[in-house]
Design a protein around this ligand. Sequence first.
Ligand SMILES: Nc1ncnc2c1ncn2[C@@H]1O[C@H](COP(=O)(O)OP(=O)(O)OP(=O)(O)O)[C@@H](O)[C@H]1O
Ligand SMILES: [Mg+2]
Length: 214
Amino acid sequence: MNLLAAKNLSHSFEYELFFNVSMELQNGESIAIIGVSGSGKSTLLHLLSTLLSLKNGTVSILGEDISKMSKKRLAEIKRRVIGIVFQSHYLFKGFSAYENLEVSELLSNQKIDEELLKKLKIDECINQKVAQLSGGQQQRVSIARVLTKKPQIIFADEPTGNLDKITAHEVMELFFEYIKNVNAGLILVTHEEDLAYRCDKVYKLENRELKRLK
Ligand SMILES: Nc1ncnc2c1ncn2[C@@H]1O[C@H](COP(=O)(O)OP(=O)(O)OP(=O)(O)O)[C@@H](O)[C@H]1O
Ligand SMILES: [Mg+2]
């Protein structure tokens, strides 16, 4: 069974963004999506991750069609199966970084992994208020928040956009380690081609189509 299967998705807001988009994500696999700004990458990620209603096509998660799921099952999938690293971080700004992780801990019944905080180099700023952290630190806190949930599918929208090249590669290494260790899957949106090509498959959204590059 696939972790995720998308068939013939198309979507438009003011105009058609893309059509006939299909892809499959297997256990232990990573997929990158690249494409110019405005091509619809975030929109596609939102469709795949149940945040946006499908207009055409189907998405199945763990073999279940998301449009046929009960509200309860969909909420369970959002809480326990998928983890989303947003392009804008959506942390609770008035809380400390650690308190943000505690929310994930509570919602998913998982323990915060202190080792992970060290690997992400946020162990020393973890008690500061989010609003006092740099953009890159906030980005790493939002990654820690998602990994704390131990999701089976990670959707990450430009998760390293605020990071220098070296830190970006280190952070990606953590994602890859995570998916190999727990046999999860990753769908990554990025502008950085060298990061994209570290994934098992690479797709590009171009001229309203999703083309396979690797
Ligand atoms: N909720 C919405 N309502 C109307 N239009 C939208 C909405 N969300 C996105 N769009 C439009 O869809 C297009 C694609 O947006 P999207 O955010 O998916 O692009 P992207 O490829 O992620 O770009 P970037 O690389 O800049 O993040 C844009 O023209 C955007 O204005
Ligand atoms: Mg985007």
